[in-house]
Write a protein that binds this ligand. Structure first.
Ligand code: C2E
Ligand code: CA
Ligand code: CA
Length: 473
């Protein structure tokens, strides 16, 4: 792995280095304060460990960068302790403090003394290497040394360290860039499973730039009218008829083209934009579905974030129904287990209040994550959607079949219908049917299609032939 950024390929970063995907706070050089008189020694020290604090770090990094020669191999190591919070919570703050001092001692013993070590706050440390030290060798040693058990007041604490390494390169030697690069590398090390070090690579900055670009564009996408809905048919096996459609969101980006929801929805959730987008989805889906013949159900996905403001969600649903004139029993909200996990009792009450409006509630992606029997018993869902991973793909097969059978039986005993998602082939349709599913959704029936095609499908009953699609036993 190379520490050096490829010359000329990294774009200059803004002075305020903000890395949205990176939980580690970024650091800005403290240049503006140099005119306010020099800070006292105690302003620059962390009282617990005696190391330089963040303010000291901000000054030191600017000074080092200004004073090094091009041939010096200066570098920055950003260090984040893994599981420190756990120790603090279980063994207490006194032990936590002692642990931070032991970490400090190990950092000091592992370095040659010419390097500058800082505690930036909490369990974050930084090491600034002036020159001549192989940053990668040091990072490797630190992951090993910091990961060994600690003995504190007769108790053993086990923590680890994740480290991001960034080297100063000739054409990229600003403090903000160095900190940003080290933080990106640290984030990469954490994402790869922690207790390891990663060196900065230009690709990390490109990815962060792409993500930031998507974030900026996403904030205005609603205003710019870039979202569309497509609808995917759901079929009742017994009646061999389409009984509903799931609304699925599409983002037509002006330059990137179609961005898949798997990419943009997590970002929209992170930046909170999903609340306004979700409201648009509800309004649009209800307004469009009210014109569909045969009164099919319209299913709308609701993000866990939308449940955090109960009054707003209830008002949105109420307004979407009253404005469109859609009968409440034709609207189904799909919620995932993660929504249920987030707030327990509060969410159950929200679900009951929604149900009181007369709408239906489905549990989405059941079987992934933390689904449990107790979750299903906690609320009388109208429908369980069995995740597609049990129907197709590598996890399907004998194990998948057993799960489908178990969930469908559970649903039947609780009075909930069970719909299998991702049904692509006649064999899969037969499998889910024989194992007790009441409904199916998937490419075998139809891909997601625009609203005008839904109308056509319903008018011409072009799905009248679904009985030939593998559902004969
Ligand atoms: P989901 O709710 O599980 O939606 C089903 C996904 O599976 C859709 O992907 C659909 O196109 C795809 N799919 C359906 N049948 C088949 C099949 O037979 N084979 C294969 N290979 N795929 C099939 P899509 O539209 O890309 O949506 C992905 C996810 O994005 C959705 O998963 C849902 O979690 C989220 N999402 C989509 N629209 C919205 C929305 O309006 N609001 C929120 N909060 N999330 C949404
Ligand atoms: Ca869904
Ligand atoms: Ca699903």
């Amino acid at each position: 792995m190379s520490v050096a950024a490829e010359p000329g390929r990294t774009k200059p970063a803004p002075v305020v280095a903000r890395v949205p995907a990176d939980p580690a706070p970024s650091v800005q050089p403290d240049t503006g304060r140099s005119h306010e008189g020099s800070p006292s020694e105690s302003d620059l020290r962390d009282p617990l460990t005696g190391l330089g604090n963040r303010r000291h770090f901000n000054q030191a990094i600017v000074q080092v960068l200004a004073s090094i020669a091009p041939a010096d191999r200066a570098a920055l190591l950003m260090i984040d302790l893994d599981r420190f919070k756990n120790v603090n919570d279980t063994l207490g703050q006194t032990v936590g403090d002692a642990l931070l001092r032991l970490v400090t001692r190990r950092l000091q013993q592992s370095t040659r003394g010419s390097e500058m070590i800082f505690r930036l706050g909490g369990d974050e440390f930084a090491i600034l290497l002036r020159n001549g030290v192989d940053a990668e060798v040091l990072a490797d040693r630190l992951v090993d040394v910091l990961g060994r058990p600690y003995l504190i007041e007769g108790q053993v604490a086990n923590i680890g360290a994740s480290i991001g390494v960034a080297a100063v390169t000739e054409n990229d030697a600003t403090a903000a860039n160095l900190v940003r690069h080290a933080n990106l590398a640290l984030h990469s090390a954490k994402a790869a499973g922690r207790q390891r070090w990663h060196a900065f690579e230009p690709l990390m900055a490109q990815r962060a730039d792409t993500r930031r670009g998507l974030e900026i564009d996403l904030r205005k996408a609603l205003r710019m009218g870039e979202f569309r809905l497509v609808y995917q048919a759901q079929m009742n096996i017994q009646a061999r008829a389409v009984t509903g459609f799931e609304a699925l969101l599409r983002w037509h980006h002006p330059t990137r083209g179609l961005v898949p929801p798997d990419i943009f929805i997590p970002i929209a959730e992170e930046i909170g934009a999903i609340v306004a987008i979700g409201e648009w989805v509800l309004r649009t889906a209800c307004a469009e579905a009210v014109n569909w013949p045969g009164n099919p159900v319209i299913a709308v996905n609701v993000s866990p974030l939308q449940f955090e403001d109960r009054d707003r969600l209830l008002a949105t649903v109420h307004r979407a129904l009253s404005t469109s004139g859609l009968a409440p029993d034709r609207l189904e909200l799909e919620i995932t287990e993660s929504a249920l996990l987030r707030q327990d009792r509060g969410i159950l009450e929200t679900l009951h209040r929604l149900r009181a409006l007369g709408i239906r509630i489905a549990m989405d992606d059941f079987g992934t994550g933390y689904s449990s029997l107790s979750q299903l018993m906690a609320f009388p869902f109208d429908k369980i959607k069995i995740d597609q991973s049990f129907v197709r793909g590598p996890a399907a097969g004998a194990g998948g079949t057993a799960v489908v059978r178990a969930i469908a039986a559970l649903g039947a005993s609780l009075g909930m219908s069970a719909i299998a998602e991702g049904v692509e082939t006649a064999e899969q349709a037969l499998m889910v049917k024989t194992n007790g599913c009441t409904d199916i959704q998937g490419y075998l029936i139809s891909k997601p299609i625009p609203g005008d095609q839904v109308l056509e499908m319903l008018r011409t009953s072009s799905l009248g032939t679904v009985s030939e699609k593998g559902l004969e036993s």
